[in-house]
Design a protein around this ligand. Structure first.
Ligand code: FES
Ligand SMILES: [Fe+2]
Length: 383
């Protein structure tokens, strides 16, 4: 049975029974898990610096010679694809006296010359040119290449560990989730637009990505009219999660036997949540919303890099209008609805109203995320 068919069957059953996937019990999360600054710093380190995190999509550096730069949690990165199509991730900092080497956001070039004193590196990070070396003195080029970070590409997503010298096994990390991600065929989409959103604290922000309990109340004009509120089909692969929602049209399936369902994917919406920071919400044959969510310097802020993809390059006015409408709708739903609401949560975390948050049985993905954070945090302390 295809995944879409299985998910549609489970969603239809919930729809007919007025139910949803549920965790075995409720969960209490102490407010200190959101506000304690030393704990935040330790978790940020344990979760985001000791493990692979998703930093970009393969399609952003699609061809050999392509590059992209961004700064993630204070680390300037240079992503390149070499002539063998291997992706590399370097710290975008010169080995002479630390200037940022590549200032462009993206493009196509195989050599990068530092703007300060013109040392030049290739897209494999090798130091290939030292301006005025006669006067400077000899430089050991083999030892002075760009600092490379461990980097792997799977299912159209580029993963990096931000700690120099630290490697990871991406197949162990993703486990069976690779196959689920591969089904999204992320490498084949077209990047329509990219934007950055400032948000409230990391956990309050992530919580909002991991439940549908709020869809009717918060997204009454955007996502709400199309999906059934408080109906979640939930699966996990290690720390990673898949959430499926029912579309309002799912009731039509009651009139057709499952063997005759032609496009079960058109009755559901599926979100893939790659732990700890990537959310992919693809509408097959249409558009896709991708969010990379990163904690800020303190527990009260996040930065989200949001991508809007379209399945094909929009060429006609109609196609452009369709993807632009989706782009505006998601901006409204995420920035003006989710993030605006979560800002009120963040603003009152220290108000004294709550000593803990009560997470419902119908919020299993929120629970799972917090358990996984706690596991990594405890492991980092040797507990
Ligand atoms: S800092 Fe880059 S060449 Fe001097
Ligand atoms: Fe939302």
């Amino acid at each position: 049975m295809s995944d879409a068919l299985e998910l549609a069957k489970r969603a239809l059953k919930h729809f007919n029974e007025g139910s949803t996937d549920r965790a075995p019990s409720q969960m209490r999360i102490p407010l200190s898990a959101y506000t304690d600054e030393p704990r935040f710093q330790a978790e940020r380190e344990a979760v985001f610096f000791d493990n692979p995190i998703a930093v970009a999509l393969s399609l952003e550096v699609a061809k050999p010679g392509d590059f992209q730069t961004q700064t993630i949690m204070g680390v300037p990165l240079l992503l390149t694809r070499d002539r063998n199509a291997t992706v590399h991730c370097f710290i975008n900092v010169c080995r002479h006296r630390g200037a940022k080497i590549c200032q462009e956001k993206k493009g196509h070039q195989t050599r990068f010359s530092c703007p300060y004193h013109a040392w030049t590196y290739n897209n494999k990070g090798k130091l290939v040119g030292v301006y005025g070396e006669d006067s400077f003195g000899e430089v050991d080029r083999g030892a002075m290449g760009l600092t490379e970070l461990s980097c792997e590409e799977r299912a159209g997503v580029i993963f990096v560990c931000l700690t120099p010298g630290k490697s990871f096994d991406i197949d162990t990390w993703l486990g069976g989730f690779t196959e689920k991600l591969s089904d999204q065929q992320l490498a084949d989409w077209h990047l329509y637009t990219e934007r950055y959103l400032d948000g409230a604290g990391w956990k309050a922000t992530m919580d909002g990505y991991l439940e549908v309990y709020h869809h009717d109340s918060v997204h009454g004009k955007t996502v709400g009219p199309h999906t059934v509120g408080n109906l979640l089909v939930h699966d996990t692969w290690g720390a990673h999660q898949r959430m499926a929602f029912a579309r309002k049209n799912i009731q039509e399936l009651n009139h057709v036997s499952p063997e005759a369902w032609e496009q079960p994917e058109s009755y559901i919406r599926v979100v893939h949540s790659v732990f700890p920071n990537l959310s992919i919400s693809a509408i097959l044959g249409g558009q896709c919303l991708v969010g990379f969510i990163f904690p800020g310097d303190n527990s009260a802020t996040t930065v989200t890099r949001q991508l809007i993809l379209s399945s094909e390059v929009p060429t006609t006015a109609e196609e452009r209008a369709a993807v632009e409408t989706f782009s505006q709708m998601t901006l409204q739903a995420v920035r003006d609805e989710d993030y605006a609401l979560v800002a009120t949560v963040q603003g009152a975390l220290r108000s004294g109203a709550n000593e803990s948050f009560l997470i419902g049985r119908n919020e299993p993905a929120v629970q799972h995320y917090h358990w996984e954070i706690e596991k990594l945090f405890n492991a980092s302390r040797g507990d």
